[in-house]
Structure formats: C-alpha cells, structure tokens
Write a protein that binds this ligand. Structure first.
Ligand SMILES: Cc1ncc(COP(=O)(O)O)c(C=O)c1O
Length: 410
C-alpha cells in the first residue's frame, strides 16, 4: 500500500493508546488501575449539562460560525478579562475541537516546511508529532542540569533564523511544575525582540497548588493582543473535567485568527453548537467547581507524594499544579525486568495491572508519568501494587479481590 510518508511516520498518541489498552483489559474483567489517564473523575458541571441540553432540546442544531458561536465567544472575552486581565475582541478568538485542534491550527497557520518550533522537555506528547505533521522541525530543549525547567540561555541558544515559535506549557504536563516568572518574562521578551510567537498552552492554568499562581505570559508584554507575539490556548477539558466535550480556543491577533478560521472551515467546519453551549455553561456558571476540583487534586498530589516516599530509590519533584507527577524510576530501568521506561510500563501493566506512561514519550527517559486525577483509593492501591511488583523483598503473592498475583520475577 502506498501511503503518505509523513502520516505513516506519526505514532498513535501513547496516552490514548494506553487508555484503549486499559479499557480493553477492564472489559475482560481485569482489575486495572489507571494512573495514566489525564482526566479528572468529576461529573460535568450542571450548568454545562443544562445549557447543552437546552440547545439539543431546541432541535436547532445546525452549522454555526466556524470561529465559534457569538455567545461562547462573549463568555471567553469575559473569561480573559477576569483571569488574564486582558482586553480581547471576539475577532481575536477562535473556538476549536479541543485545545489539541487549537494547537494544530496554530502550528499549521504559522509554519512553513523546515521552520523550527522550540519545545521544552519534558513536553506534552503531541507537540513534536504535530510539528512534524505540518512539515516543520521540533527543536527540543532538555534542561542540562537534569531538572524539568531549562535555564533561559538554553532556550535563547537554539533560536535561529528558522525559529517560528516556542511552545510553553506551565503548569506543565508531565512534570506538574510551574515555570518561574523570571523565565516566562524572559521568554516573552525574547519572542518580542526576535519576532517569534510564544504559544502558551494554558490548559491547566487554574489547577495549581499550595497558593502558587501560574502567572500568565501576557502579564509581561506591554503590547495588546493585536500586536503581541503571545498566543494563548485554553479549553474546558481539564479545569472543568469536560474532556469529552472537545472545546478549546485560541486568543491571537485577528489576522492569525482569520487564517486559522479559513483552515478550520476546510477541515472541521465548526465545533458542534451543543458542545459550545456546554462550554458556555461551564464558563458562565459557578466557578466553585474548579476550586473543589483543584482542592481534591491537591489532596491526591499529597497522597501520591506520601506513597512514593516508601520507594527508597525513587525521587519525585513535588508537582505545583496539573494532575501529573514525573518520578524518576531509573533505578528500576536497569535490571532484568526493564531496560527503559517503556519496558517498565509494560511490566507494571502485565504483572501488577497498573497503567503508567513511559517518560520517554515526554522526552524524559527513566521516568514514569503518574496521573493522580482519579480517586485516592486507586492511587494508594496503584502505588502499592507497583511497590509489590518492583520490590524484591515483597511477599511472593498478593490478592486483588479474589484474584491471586504471583511473583515469578526478580
Ligand atoms: C498540555 C496539554 N495541552 C493540550 C491538551 C489537549 O486538550 P483538549 O482535551 O482540550 O484537546 C492536553 C491533554 O491532555 C494537554 O495535556
């Protein structure tokens, strides 16, 4: 079969592939614990349900403007004023099928083949693949000191005449860290000096812990949305736990929005008005829902850190936001069960029925990404099973319900 080389070179999203594997195992009755999944367990906010149900009940579910319904855009204008202190016109906004499509549209609209986009490791799995899909080149900056936050000079050093943009995701998936304000302000300054776009993936911006704040990049520009290089990406998936609704948006200069709208009009036409009504309901409804989600996830983070302490050979940088942590499991990647993070994940899934995601997929080999978006019970049991599987001194068998797991390794 003769297929596109570019398309054929793109792997499935590893997180989505793992979700599917876990789903199939559960369907077979396997008691799988999913520490891989990037979505909170909360119910959809009632205001989102009511507003989308009303739209559906109207029977008037047709094509709507490609760049978003006027009423959702109005809600986004207000959200931007309240959360970013930023005056935004409706023409600066385009709504897409999740932040994922927003990011793809931005990259497709900005880059020519061979242009470069800077990505900071650890990074969200989809950035490099999207950049490759549009024929551009991902330039990965991996912090030299082994941390999860690069020095500004490490970023500045890779900027060249082909650099089109830098993607900044803070709070960061997968490390859970918030980049220091000083780094953010220097990147804004660099981008504005060099005419590079700064794509801020703010999808977790309110899921921050211990009173910390992820200060938005636009705070450091004197320029208005129309003239600034800062592009903002956001959505309802993470803050409201509305991953299945597929609504994200971009705030950018009008010309860029206009071209992204043309692109989207040729690909997906528009986001379903039912889903846009749901997003509007979430944005305009009670915001205490975000705060209660944040508090429960912060509690889960604390439980995870506590549980991880009992691994003598695992270090974990304490997450400051998101619902992910990226502990260092190198000590367990150099023995007979696993030589790297991919093998370690496979081993944990097969032997302990726990889903984790290999650090390799995020540009951090030797680490595992653990999600603590689920329940405390699952979190505790998941880590206990991992300890059982990896600790040579653990008992030779454990029971999961009435199912006996037997150690036949290490
Ligand atoms: C950093 C980051 N950006 C974007 C997305 C995609 O968001 P959405 O579900 O709105 O497409 C995710 C989802 O996991 C993410 O982690």
């Amino acid at each position: 079969m003769s297929l596109s080389q570019v398309a054929s070179s793109i792997p499935a999203s590893p997180t989505i592939a793992l979700n599917e594997e876990a789903r199939l195992l559960r369907e077979k009755g396997e008691p799988v614990i999913h520490l891989g999944i990037g979505e909170p367990k909360n119910k959809t906010p009632i205001t989102a349900i009511l507003s989308s149900a009303a739209k559906l009940a109207s029977g008037d579910v047709k094509y709507v403007p490609t760049d978003g319904t006027p009423s959702l855009k109005k809600a986004i204008v207000r959200y931007s004023e309240e959360n970013y202190d930023r005056v935004v016109a409706p023409q600066n906004i385009i709504v897409s099928d999740g932040a994922k499509q927003s990011l793809f549209n931005i990259l497709f609209t900005l880059c020519n083949p061979q242009d470069e986009v800077i990505v900071i490791a650890p990074y969200w799995v989809s950035y490099p693949e999207m950049i490759k899909m549009i024929g551009a080149i991902p330039v990965i900056v991996t912090p030299e000191d082994g941390s999860f936050v690069p020095g500004f000079n490490e970023i500045e050093r890779v900027v060249g005449s082909y650099t089109k943009a830098i993607i900044v995701n803070s709070p960061n998936n997968p490390s859970g860290l918030i980049y220091p304000e000083d780094l953010i302000s220097k990147i804004v300054d660099l981008c504005e000096r060099k005419g590079i776009y700064m794509i801020c993936d703010d999808i977790y911006h309110k899921l921050v812990f211990d009173g910390k704040v992820a200060v938005p990049a636009c705070k450091y520009t004197q320029k208005d949305v129309e003239n600034s290089k800062v592009i903002l990406v956001n959505g309802v998936a993470k803050l409201y736990g509305m991953t299945g609704f597929r609504v994200g948006w971009v705030i950018a200069p009008k010309k860029l929005v206009e071209i992204m709208t043309n692109v989207q009009s040729q690909t997906t036409t528009c986001v379903s008005p039912v889903m846009q009504a749901a997003a509007e309901g979430a944005l305009t409804g009670m915001q205490s829902i975000v705060e209660s989600l944040r508090l429960s996830i912060q509690n889960n983070r604390d439980v995870l850190m506590q549980e991880l302490h009992s691994f003598t050979d695992v270090q974990c940088v304490k997450p400051q936001g998101t619902f992910y942590a990226l502990p260092d499991f190198k000590a367990y990647c150099r023995n007979s069960v696993a030589k790297n993070s991919v093998e370690l994940c496979q081993f944990l899934l097969k032997k302990a029925l726990v889903v984790t995601v290999p650090g390799k997929e995020f540009g951090m080999e030797g680490h595992l990404r653990l999600s603590y978006a689920g329940t405390v019970k699952e979190l505790i049991e998941g880590i206990e099973r991992m300890k059982w599987a990896l600790d040579p001194n653990a008992p030779s068998e454990i029971y999961i319900g009435d199912r006996k797991l037997v150690r036949d390794w290490l």
